[in-house]
Ligand binder design. Structure first.
Ligand code: TTP
Ligand code: MN
Ligand code: MN
Ligand code: MN
Length: 372
């Protein structure tokens, strides 16, 4: 048995993550956690290309339906570069990778992780602060830097926001959001998106997509929702934007970045530890009877809902790969708003995720299989 080469089934050889079913958490968590550290480290260095290469390796390993025990089992599989294979070999032979351990204990990685862990702080800002010698919240506070409103909230609720949100807490937030949405617009629909829709048991936030079956009824909805949340004392912080999306004749309605243009609200909810939810960790830091939870609310017109749902369900790698597939294999541009066929020079409509996969010539992958 020992020397038998193990042939990978054909479906495992698919090189785009959107061609594979990737359940959570997968059979190779030791390997994927390690590659995730290297990906994150590259991303925190601003090296997107290197980060993406590690993310693709990680995604491939996540999709395997068995635990890898030897490097030979990975022969012929795509997405695994020399560097990733070296790290995997180290892990399989020694149980640890010296590169991963060194990365995790490096002052730069630790500081960048801490600083970008503040809501409202991105890689660029964190880098600037780190260059000035800021490595902790205490140092940030004494540095005299003036923080914007988001960052102030981020520092204020730092501990709560870095504590994972449980399924129970997500369900409690769902009850709050549904109550508010239905009271301001009866008939509106609230759908849980993000990691929880993919079946994850915890997350860094809770994502919701909101729509109404009558096109146009959803316009301006985010402001009504925010006003109602505020009147009920449920919001600790919010930052909203209005919808700026317009289709154009040339398909340029596709946003240039991965940011979409829906009405939306990045917020921090005050989740009270009352009878409506019973998580063990039901208190915030300092023993308050409530905790802060990051919540994203996105409002989509019904005509764009399927695209918005696909875009806001993730994972981030699954989204990137689906868009890359669309462009490179089908000459189409996919966004959270629309799918544009460059050959036919027209938009392709869809009222379900299944239809979008069909337009793209991809086999349907259910939300729980999108954990690439
Ligand atoms: P996240 O909430 O960042 O990630 P997640 O829900 O997969 O994981 P976590 O448990 O850490 O919260 O993003 C969810 C999806 O939303 C992701 O696929 C990307 C999408 N998204 C956009 O489309 N536009 C945006 O501006 C942002 C911030 C996210
Ligand atoms: Mn390398
Ligand atoms: Mn999320
Ligand atoms: Mn989110």
């Amino acid at each position: 048995q020992q020397g038998d080469p193990v042939e990978a089934p054909a479906f495992l050889a698919a090189s785009y993550a959107c061609q594979r079913n990737t359940p959570q958490p997968g059979h190779n968590t030791l390997l994927t956690a390690a590659l995730s550290v290297l990906a994150e480290s590259a991303e925190l260095n601003g090296d997107e290309g290197r980060g993406l290469a590690f993310r693709r390796s990680e995604g491939l390993l996540r999709s395997l339906d068995r635990r890898v025990q030897g490097l030979a089992e990975l022969r012929g599989l795509p997405c695994l570069g020399d560097h990733s294979r070296r790290v995997i070999q180290d892990l399989l032979e020694n149980g640890v990778s010296s590169e991963v351990e060194e990365t995790k204990s490096s002052p730069r990685y630790k500081a960048m992780k801490l600083l970008t862990g503040i809501f409202g702080v991105g890689v660029k800002t964190a880098k600037r602060w780190f260059t000035e010698g800021i490595c902790s919240l205490a140092q940030l506070e004494t540095s005299g830097h003036s923080l914007n409103a988001a960052q102030q909230a981020g520092v204020c609720y730092y501990t709560d926001l870095n504590q994972p949100v449980s399924r129970e807490e997500a369900d409690a937030v769902s009850v709050m959001v549904e109550g508010v949405v239905h009271s301001v617009l009866p008939g509106a629909r609230v759908t849980l998106a993000g990691g929880f829709r993919r079946g994850k048991m915890s997350g860094h936030d809770v994502d919701f997509l909101i729509t109404h079956p009558d096109e146009g009824k959803e316009e301006g909805l985010i402001h009504k929702i925010i006003a109602c949340l505020e009147s009920r004392g449920l919001l600790l912080y919010q930052q909203n934007t209005r919808n700026t999306y317009r289709e154009s004749a040339k398909g340029a309605g596709r946003p240039s970045s991965s940011m979409d243009r829906f009405e939306r609200c990045f917020s921090i909810f005050k989740l009270t530890n009352d009878s409506s939810y019973t998580a063990d960790n039901g208190t915030g830091s300092g023993g308050r009877p409530w905790r802060a939870v990051r919540v994203d609310l996105v409002v989509s017109p019904i005509s764009q809902f399927a695209f918005a749902l696909l875009g806001w369900t993730g994972s981030k790698l699954f989204e990137r790969e689906t868009r890359r597939w669309a462009v490179r294999e089908r000459s189409m541009s996919l966004s959270s708003h629309a799918l544009y066929d460059r050959n036919q020079e027209r938009y392709l409509r869809a009222s379900s995720e299944e239809e979008i996969f069909a337009h793209l010539g991809l086999e349907y992958v259910s939300p729980t299989g999108r954990n690439a």
